[in-house]
Design a binder for this molecule. Structure first.
Ligand code: DGT
Ligand code: CA
Ligand code: ZN
Length: 579
């Protein structure tokens, strides 16, 4: 192993020791050794052979032995063990500007943050701001560093892609030659993460070149990666790629259907077309033995020719939508106008940035009828969780506001921690003071699948529990879900008439829609829960709505469409039926 590699390892050992909070002199000895090697004029291998490493300033017997081991064997068990004793993500955090070993140690110890994804989420929830040695400026710097890193990754969160796409569409619309313009691909299907933006437009042949030039001259372009007559690709300054396809207007519906995907849906649809005597592709729907395509101005006409009712883009994942469309059994999907209120909203009583009054007024002004305030419970000390005493104050405040804001209603909820053994961190008398209770896992993510499943199922069987929050704890592109048997959780939820939330935070979107389809089929109701920690966060319900639609939910399965009276009787029913 060469000098440079060894220097790097010595430095890393120093940082690992600091992250672990070992004696600072020990870490300093490694940094010093790294510097000594860097400045070394002689050949390191020779020095080791002659046993003269100990002569270097500040390098004692133990350190000299380690360097010798590295030079002769290329590995160092001490280093490997040290690395294994620290979560991998913590080391990775060293690459983020502003995150030195001390700060990493702090976020690990105080917030339990072990990955960059979790660190980002903690910044967005303002958790770093109040840590010793941090502050708002540091938090912003760290967040910026994380964003920069993300530029070079393969997939993007849904809101990033949506915002970029909207900007490009606005820009493209300036060209009067464009007849029709739509986003296709995974973004139109509202997938939880997006690889690239697909845009489709129609114009007459002679305008293609001008429209293409306009596209590649978009101001926020980092690189033009393809430029052809019908297809061009750019990479945006955010790192996200965007493909543009230009077709004739009489091909638009076919191209839109094709480029919306998913690939799996398209493959199934093509097979169906073939069986019915057609060839289906991005250019048209061709009856066998005919050269010309049928005319379809809209996608719905393509589906109709294939004996299917229209399939909403969100459902085009080959999860049974074609069979359902054939039998006219597709659900009437939930829509924004169906939502009467929002649950799972945090306030400044725990870790939210806004007061209950601000959150409630914002909801009221957005046209909602109610809001369910759910701050953290006392076990969530890192999130300023509520003790019984502070809960009383909160309930008094809600009573006071309900008088003022009538007929708007603030519901008293809580996001109670599910403790590792499945019990909750409030007693039944306290739990009974809420209108509804969300239970979530916020700690001990490393339990075995069986333990985690039992833990959650036990909480779901509790008669005073209404909903399960973010059922897998995943952070999209940031943290894997914890090990859990989702089938068992769904079975339990169905049996005890419990709600499983669709956490609408775009970093979570948990329940995953693939499980959402199953939950829905089992008759489990869901709630679209923004998990908002600020006024802005309340708008995240839109992403949850998309996932509810992807999970085939119609109005009747979504708690947010219930009136206040319906809600109250539902929560009563839940309590009485699980006793
Ligand atoms: P993404 O970009 O990974 O988030 O997901 P998509 O679905 O946007 O995938 P993308 O951008 O590769 O392609 C856009 C659509 O184009 C895709 O959903 C279906 C269609 N498509 C692309 N390649 C194929 C293919 O090889 N076969 C079929 N049937 N369709 C394709
Ligand atoms: Ca795409
Ligand atoms: Zn939570």
């Amino acid at each position: 192993m060469d000098k440079k590699a060894i220097t790097k390892i010595l430095e890393e050992i120093g940082k690992l020791l600091e992250i672990k909070g070992e004696n600072p002199f020990k870490a300093r000895a490694y940094y010093n050794a790294a510097r000594q090697l860097e400045m070394l004029q002689q050949d390191l291998t020779l020095l080791v052979k002659e046993g003269r490493i100990r002569e270097l300033k500040g390098i004692g017997e133990a350190l000299a032995k380690k360097i010798e081991t590295l030079v002769t064997t290329g590995t160092l068990p001490y280093y490997e063990n040290l690395k294994a004793s620290v979560p991998e993500g913590l080391l990775e955090m060293l690459t983020i500007p502003g995150m030195g070993p001390k700060k990493i140690k702090t976020v690990y110890e105080k917030l339990g943050v072990t990955t960059i994804g979790e660190l980002e989420y903690a910044c967005l929830e303002n958790r770093l701001r109040d840590l010793p040695g941090f502050g708002l400026k540091t938090q912003e710097k760290i967040l910026k560093g994380i964003e920069l890193r993300k530029k070079y990754k393969a997939r993007f969160h849904l809101p990033v892609a949506l915002e970029e796409a909207e900007k490009i569409l606005r820009y493209l619309k300036k060209r009067p030659e464009i007849i029709r313009l739509e986003v296709a691909g995974s973004l139109r299907r509202k997938n939880e993460t997006i690889k690239d933006i697909d845009i489709l437009l129609s114009c007459s042949d002679e305008h293609r070149e001008a429209v293409t030039d306009h596209f590649i001259n978009y101001p926020e372009v980092d690189a033009v990666t393809a430029k052809g007559e019908t297809k061009s690709s750019i990479v945006l300054t955010s790192g996200l790629a965007c493909d543009l396809r230009i077709v004739r207007d009489n091909q638009f519906a076919f191209a839109l259907q094709y480029f919306t995907g998913s690939k799996e849906h398209n493959t199934a649809l093509r097979h169906r077309a073939k069986k019915l005597g057609f060839t289906l592709n991005e250019y048209g729907l061709f009856p066998h033995n005919q050269e010309n395509s049928l005319l379809c101005n809209k996608e719905s006409e393509i589906y109709r020719h294939l004996g299917l009712s229209f399939i909403a883009p969100e459902l085009r994942e080959n999860y049974g939508e074609i069979e359902a469309a054939e039998n006219n059994q597709l659900p009437e999907l939930i829509e924004e106008d169906d939502l009467l209120g929002l649950f799972h909203v945090h306030s400044s009583f725990s870790d939210g940035s806004n007061s209950i009054e601000e959150m409630a007024r914002y909801c009221k002004n957005s046209g909602f009828h109610y809001i369910g305030i759910c701050d953290h419970s006392k076990a969530a000390y890192y999130a300023n969780g509520l003790t019984e005493e502070r809960l009383k104050l909160q309930h008094e405040e809600i009573d006071r506001l309900n008088e003022i804001l009538k007929p708007f209603v603030i519901l008293k909820g809580i996001e109670a921690d599910i403790l590792p053994d499945g019990s909750l961190d409030f007693d039944d008398a306290t739990l009974a003071t809420f209108d509804f209770v969300i239970v979530s896992v916020h700690s001990s993510f490393n339990l075995s699948e069986e333990e985690m499943t039992n833990r959650i199922c036990k909480a779901l069987r509790h008669p005073l529990v209404s909903m399960l929050g973010h059922p897998t704890g995943r952070l999209l592109l940031g943290r894997e879900p914890y090990a859990v048997n989702m089938e068992k959780i769904l079975e339990t939820a169905a049996q005890f008439n419990k709600i499983i939330e669709i956490n609408a935070n775009p970093y979570r979107l948990d329940l995953d829609w693939r499980w959402g389809i199953k939950a829905n089929a089992l008759g489990i109701k869901t709630a679209i829960n923004p998990d908002a920690h600020s006024l802005e966060g309340l708008n995240d319900f839109k992403f949850g709505l998309a996932i509810a639609r992807k999970s085939w939910y119609s109005k009747k399965g979504v708690l947010n469409s219930f009136t206040i009276e319906e809600l109250k009787s539902f929560f009563d029913l839940q309590r009485n039926s699980s006793r």
